[in-house]
Design a protein around this ligand. Structure first.
Ligand code: FES
Length: 135
């Protein structure tokens, strides 16, 4: 088991916050995917960093529901400006997940509340705001 997998299991009983990874694991214009839960509770999410801020989304394109990454942890266009869906090339704003171009134009990725706190990236429990799409 890698360190990241071990960190995935950490959910603070008192706050419900879950450690996803170390902050240093997500470089500028890069991202990282995570599989949360098991069975029917399983969901895939990803966290990306742009201009120093982090943003979290469910890893499912609003067009056909496929994961965005064409290779593990590859979510950005080559220029690092947008998120891109590997299946049909839809482009999304990093900041709010809105589709700017492609078959799901006008739809948005589903945001997940994440925050960078100290050395860690945390997934917040539902209902705990992290800003528009990240922190
Ligand atoms: S599944 Fe993402 S653009 Fe079609």
């Amino acid at each position: 088991m890698s360190d990241d997998q071990g960190m995935n299991q950490e959910i603070a009983a008192d706050t419900g916050r879950q450690v996803l990874c170390r902050a240093a694991d997500i470089a500028e214009a890069a991202g990282k995917g995570f599989v949360l839960g098991e069975g029917r509770q399983k969901r895939e999410v990803f966290v990306v960093r742009k201009e120093g801020r982090i943003y979290g989304y469910v890893n499912s394109c609003p067009h056909a529901g496929t994961p965005l990454d064409w290779m593990p942890d590859r979510f950005f266009t080559n220029d690092g400006r947008f998120l891109i869906c590997a299946t049909h090339g839809a482009l999304f704003e990093v900041e709010d997940g809105m589709c700017l171009r492609g078959p799901c134009r006008g739809l948005a990725l589903e945001a997940v509340p994440v925050i960078e706190e100290g050395e860690e990236i945390l997934l917040l429990p539902v209902g705990e705001p992290a800003g528009p799409a990240g922190c």
